[in-house]
Design a protein around this ligand. Structure first.
Ligand code: NAD
Length: 293
């Protein structure tokens, strides 16, 4: 058996098109253009690429994109002042502060300062709490993308044994909460889990988010399981001096056993920005709705 390959690029593109349709509908019905503001502090090259891609995809979806760049020497007060201004700006429906922030800035304090209704990264403690108690909220982008990808294989995840490998606040914990909300039976495995292969073998759905290259072997996977590989690991390639990206799952082995699997790259990665755009249009619709009430 060879697994179905879950095409994250195509699924992300379809999601971006759906977002663009909702943006047009919001403009036509209410005269509102959803706006996403991104705050970038410093000159980290990877962050600059992310921010550029986010801006381009935001504009492609018909939304307004606002970029606020501050030097690496910016103070916490300066960053907080921008966040406060964006919180009250009626043209801004989503605010994202690009991480990592320089060491002089308290990232947790900055994330807490964002209006929870504009927190399109879903990292504000209010949104984390709403997710846990099952209230409507903005949910973190990569975990949301993982669930959407799994649902392209099986629209109803209810009752599945799901094993999440990793317990970070960015991926592992929120994806576990989202799967619980889908009525999966969820196990969270982590670096102290005893006998990880045995735990993973129980899973109908595996979310691998440990950041350990090719850790999950083919013989850990239950035949027919859905495998969502979040890991992005740069390793040495066969050609001297070159590198390549691999996931947390030994892809070639898993392909022979799993029912469906995401590749790396081209699986979870493209979903993250698409879900950010979805969160921004969700936020714009909700803010509009609450103003109308
Ligand atoms: P993290 O380092 O914060 O957390 C890793 C987690 O994995 C920890 O909870 C740890 O307990 C667990 N872990 C580590 N080694 C383990 C082991 N041997 N066995 C079991 N569990 C183990 O990482 P993160 O921020 O959650 O990211 C995880 C991976 O996902 C990374 O490769 C990262 O690059 C990738 N990532 C991808 C996207 C995307 O696709 N857009 C977004 C975020 C993170």
């Amino acid at each position: 058996m060879t697994a179905e390959i879950i095409d994250g690029k195509a699924i992300a593109q379809a999601l971006r098109h759906e977002v663009a349709r909702r943006v047009q509908a919001l403009q036509a019905a209410r005269g509102v253009t959803p706006g996403l503001a991104v705050v970038l502090v410093g000159e980290d090259p990877a962050s600059e690429v992310y921010v550029r891609n986010k801006g381009a995809q935001t504009r492609e979806a018909g939304m307004a994109s606002f970029e606020h760049k501050l030097p690496a020497t910016a103070t916490q007060a300066e960053v907080l002042a921008i966040v406060a201004r964006l919180n009250t700006d009626a043209n801004v429906h989503g605010i994202l502060v690009q991480l990592p922030l320089p060491p002089q800035i308290d990232a947790a304090a900055v994330l807490r300062a964002i209006d929870p209704d504009k927190d399109v990264d879903g990292f504000h403690p209010i949104n984390v709490g709403r997710l846990v108690i099952g209230e409507p909220c903005l949910t973190p982008c990569t975990p949301t993308g993982c669930v959407l990808l799994a649902k392209t294989v099986t629209p109803k995840l209810a009752g599945l044994e799901a094993v999440v490998i990793g317990r970070s606040t960015i991926v592992g914990k929120p994806v576990a909460q989202l799967l619980l909300r889908e009525d999966c039976t969820v196990t969270i495995a982590h670096s102290r889990t005893r006998d990880l292969p045995a735990v993973v073998r129980r899973a109908d759905l595996i979310i691998a988010a440990a950041g350990r290259p090719l850790m999950v072997r083919g013989n850990w996977i239950k035949p027919g399981a859905i495998v969502i590989d979040v890991g992005i690991n740069r390793v040495a390639a066969d050609v001297a001096g070159k590198t390549r990206l691999v996931g947390d799952v030994a892809y070639d082995e898993a392909l022979q056993v799993a029912g469906a699997i995401t590749p790396v790259p081209g699986g979870v990665g493209p979903m993250t920005i698409a879900c950010l755009l979805k969160n921004t249009v969700d936020a714009a619709e909700r803010i509009r709705q609450s103003l109308a009430n």
